[in-house]
Design a protein around this ligand. Sequence first.
Ligand SMILES: Cc1cc2nc3c(=O)[nH]c(=O)nc-3n(C[C@H](O)[C@H](O)[C@H](O)COP(=O)(O)O)c2cc1C
Length: 273
Amino acid sequence: MKIKNIYAVYFSPTGNTKKIACFMAEKMAEQLNCPHKEISFTLPEERNQTYTFGPDDFVVIASPTYAGKLPNKILPDFKEKLKGDGSPAAALVTFGNRSFDNSLAELCAVLEASGFQTVAGGAFACRHAFTDKLAPGRPDEADLKELAILAERTADKLRNTDGIFSPVNVDGDADAPYYVPKGMDGQPAKFLKAVPKTHEELCIRCGACARLCPMGSIDPEEPGNVTGICIKCQSCIRGCPQQAKYFDDPAFLSHVAMLEENFAEPKKNHKYL
Ligand SMILES: Cc1cc2nc3c(=O)[nH]c(=O)nc-3n(C[C@H](O)[C@H](O)[C@H](O)COP(=O)(O)O)c2cc1C
């Protein structure tokens, strides 16, 4: 089949998923000799509109893994705002070196239900949003090389098929429950209500945290005020030029310590065609 446009669509609060999605789209565009565009699905205003793709668009759709699945507060947008018309798609997830569990299976199921044909899938280990000690520096050159090969093989699959694909078969169960985060004591770590704090003496009121928050939950006038839901994505923490944001919730910190203790061994990427 002939592809006319390639899109990279990503939800990516701390940048890893964007990197993976855009790299795959760029490589696919080189392979198939067509233009590529990126669509960020990260900020509230970016998730307000519906994106509809045609049968000769190839769409790379990428999400981070949160608690072993797709981020639950973004799931409704993934389901309702992305529409395909038999559009071939690559489903990609990133994960922070613990496990992608069921996120890729869930993404594939959502895309198939929304009119996409999943022709390729991938789960790529990336630096954990919570800590630089898990998968530090990833995605690195070796990861991108693997992704380039996946792009090459996906392009071959598109060239050699008439436009009808059976859904890609990935690991995981789309209907499985969320992973329950544990603390250092092995017990569930309950930090659902934790919100980022602000070192007022460092904050220069630049508004970066408010602009970057995917939930629009930070008051731009008073960045110490969290006015809505916090999904713990770490966008404000990593995007603050003053390092003025932090989490001090004991259950959250205990979960991060548990991850650092038990999930430091580098994980491999998974690719599906
Ligand atoms: C709230 C939250 C939950 C996460 N849950 C998992 C998980 O279950 N397994 C895992 O390996 N990584 C997990 N991670 C790590 C992210 O999947 C990883 O850092 C991802 O690459 C972040 O994508 P981004 O840089 O595009 O924001 C989680 C991160 C956050 C913020």
